[in-house]
Design a binder for this molecule. Structure first.
Ligand code: RUB
Length: 310
């Protein structure tokens, strides 16, 4: 798997979901370092830099990708030999992947404590960490059931219902527009995140903010599950989160629309912090207003400002 191929797989959504793409990018950087045939430290450094940039550009919204690549490259500037650089990159990539997998498990355990026996849970799109909470609660013997949105246009809801059904978890699929209708029967909403801004706003699959609004109206707790590498230090240094727009063909096939009709296909939206009850991370359950603290504690001021202010 070359870096170009890995970036294509992420762009085309062959590999998708903020956590998965970050681990996949880390693996691609590791392979690049391991398979480099040349003998020049500077050449490998340049290849890693351009490879990392290609991976980051492949999906512009998920900061997990940026944080994943940064984690792989951390300390690489100090390498004085080719072997040093290779070892740093390989070790960092393996650490990042391990940390990410471990975080998914921990979030499951922490989040499951807030799931009650008999809860009817609504989830949106397909989030591995949100599903980790649901699976853990189910394994603990809680008799839960899940409502999963279809998540047009890409229909990630089909992946969610398949995964839950395979685990024997009772699951019902609904169309996205049925969310307000079903909310009266829901006890808890659990979703994932692609990016969390320093003010606690959560960027996740398009439609998440509507669900949060409806949950707020119905007084149903709205919970976000996210590893700490989904928090964006870039938002702290003032950079807005770019919302990815994908092609019109994902919404309507060719010939389905009259001539001249345009299609807008934004694939993520931002849920304001006031609609979020809490965020489940691997370092604990936090209120959205603690996002600033998470960013600073995980990455540190020096890292933030040395790397992000040009
Ligand atoms: C996936 C999506 C998921 C987050 C979190 O969008 O919005 O909720 O990425 O997923 P897409 P995870 O299908 O466009 O990538 O918890 O698995 O990281």
């Amino acid at each position: 798997m070359g870096v170009e191929r890995a970036a294509d797989a992420i762009r085309s959504m062959e590999v998708r979901g903020a956590g998965r793409i970050a681990r996949y990018a880390a693996e691609a950087m590791k392979k690049l370092a391991q398979e480099y045939q040349g003998g020049s430290l500077e050449e490998l450094r340049a290849e890693l830099k351009s490879g990392g940039e290609k991976l980051i550009e492949s999906r512009p919204t998920a900061v997990s990708l940026w944080n994943g690549v940064q984690s792989v490259m951390r300390g690489s500037g100090e390498a004085s030999t080719l072997d040093d650089l290779r070892n740093i990159v390989v070790r960092n990539a393996e650490d990042f992947i391990d940390r990410s997998n471990r975080a998914t498990q921990l979030i499951g355990q922490i989040g499951a404590r807030r799931v009650n026996d008999g809860d009817r849970i609504l989830t949106h799109c397909n989030s591995s960490v949100a599903l980790s909470v649901i699976r853990t609660a189910f394994k603990e013997g809680k008799r839960i059931s899940v409502f999963a949105t279809e998540s047009r246009p890409w229909r990630q809801g089909l992946i969610t219902v398949r995964e839950l059904a395979e685990d024997g978890i009772p699951v019902t699929m609904i169309v996205d527009s049925a969310v307000r209708w079903i909310m009266k029967d829901i006890d808890l909403v659990i979703v994932g995140a692609d990016t969390i801004a320093s003010n606690g706003a959560v960027i996740n699959k398009i439609g998440t903010s509507q669900i949060a609004l409806v949950a707020h109206e119905a007084r149903v707790p709205f919970v976000v599950c996210a590893e700490t590498y989904k928090f964006s230090s870039m938002t702290l240094s003032g950079k807005p989160v770019k919302i990815e727009e994908r092609s019109a063909e994902e919404v309507a096939g060719s010939g389905e629309l009259p001539e001249g009709v345009e299609v807008l296909n934004p694939v993520f939206d931002a849920t304001p912090p006031e609609y979020i009850d809490y965020i489940v991370t691997e370092i604990g359950l936090i209120p959205p207003c603690a996002s600033y603290e998470v960013i600073v504690r995980m990455l540190g001021h020096e890292f933030l400002f040395e790397n992000q202010i040009e």
